[in-house]
Structure formats: structure tokens, C-alpha cells
Design a protein around this ligand. Structure first.
Ligand code: MC0
Length: 142
């Protein structure tokens, strides 16, 4: 069951400048940074609020590490902005299977590694009314 918004992914050209905008404008601080080579991103997680399952909701700022990555391609075509939304679940495998059975393309056969040790998969935006949608089981929920 999808129980919360885990994060909103925002693609940017310059991670440091974008982090500084969110800090100076809204007061959001960086909770975590990492490079995910498989996904081709350098990212900063800004924690917005805790949630009633013990997890959190974040803004995820994403800078591509290579032009041919998903975020690099998207930025070249669209410029900066909201790239995807991510729903939190305690069972990414079960939810992905159930959603696949409804005819929505799930992009990975098995969930991959996401931010902060989470397990993630994506749903094709063309099957989700134009929204690239991620499913996340946080490390804490595993
Ligand atoms: C592409 N499209 C999108 C989109 N990306 N629509 C909405 N939102 C997006 N973010 C649309 C394009 O406009 C195009 O539509 C069609 O999908 C095919 O796109 P493409 O440019 O030809 O690119 P593809 O097909 O090579 O790849 C698209 C696909 C890819 C969604 C399959 O981006 C992907 O595998 N994404 C999942 C991985 C990902 O995004 N990783 C980065 C975040 P038209 O109408 O022009 O045909 S990593 C992350 O977030 C991790 C670290 C985490 O959360 O922990």
C-alpha cells in the first residue's frame, strides 16, 4: 500500500546553487547528499517533514553526472523543474507487482538501490498521465 509522499524529485543544472536557493528562500537544510552512479545523479535530500509511519518527506534535488542519464536527457529537453514524484510503501516489490498487473509499465524487474539505502522502482510516465512515478521502500521500513 502506498502510504505517503516520500519525495519530489527536482532536476537542476547546478546542485550547489539550487541547494542554496532552497536554504536562503525557505530555510530548508540538506539532510543527506550522495552520488548514485547507477542512476547518473548527484543528489541532495532536503527533509521537509516527518510522517506518521516514522519516515519522512523530502525534496530531492538532482544534478546529472552524465548527459546520457535519465535526468541529463530530461534536462536537455525540458530545462529545470519537477522530474518525478515518489510514493512511499513498506513493500515496493508487492506494490510494483500489483501495479504491473493493472497494465502499467514498471521499469525494473527488480527494485534497485535509491537514496539512503532505499529500494526503488519507476513507473513509465506515459502510463501515468505524464508523470514519472517512483515507488520507494525506505531503508528504515526494510
Ligand atoms: C521522459 N519522459 C517524461 C519524463 N522523462 N515524462 C514525464 N516526466 C519525466 N521525467 C517522456 C519524454 O518526454 C518522452 O515523451 C518519453 O517519456 C520517452 O522519453 P525519452 O526522452 O525518449 O527517454 P527514454 O525513453 O530513454 O527514458 C524515459 C524513462 C527514463 C522514463 C524510461 O527516464 C527512466 O528510466 N527513468 C527512471 C529512472 C530515473 O528517472 N532516474 C533518475 C532519478 P514523448 O512524448 O516525447 O515521446 S534517480 C532517483 O530518483 C533515485 C536516486 C532515488 O530517488 O533514490
Amino acid at each position: 500500500m502506498l502510504t505517503r509522499i516520500d519525495h519530489i524529485g527536482i532536476a537542476c543544472f547546478d546542485l550547489d546553487k539550487t541547494v542554496e536557493f532552497y536554504r536562503a528562500t525557505y530555510g530548508f537544510e540538506v539532510f543527506h547528499t550522495e552520488v548514485n552512479e547507477e542512476q547518473g545523479v548527484r543528489e541532495a535530500m532536503l527533509r521537509i517533514n516527518g510522517t506518521d509511519d516514522g519516515g519522512s518527506s523530502y525534496l530531492q534535488l538532482l544534478e546529472p553526472t552524465r548527459e546520457d542519464s535519465a535526468v541529463g536527457k530530461w534536462l536537455a529537453k525540458n530545462g529545470q523543474g519537477v522530474h518525478h514524484i515518489a510514493f512511499g510503501t513498506a513493500d515496493v516489490d508487492g506494490d510494483a507487482a500489483a501495479i504491473r498487473d493493472k497494465g502499467v509499465r514498471v521499469l525494473y524487474d527488480e527494485p534497485r538501490t535509491g537514496s539512503m539505502g532505499s529500494r526503488i522502482t519507476f513507473l513509465h510516465p506515459k502510463d501515468c498521465h505524464g508523470v514519472l512515478t517512483e515507488l520507494v521502500t525506505s531503508a528504515a521500513a526494510r
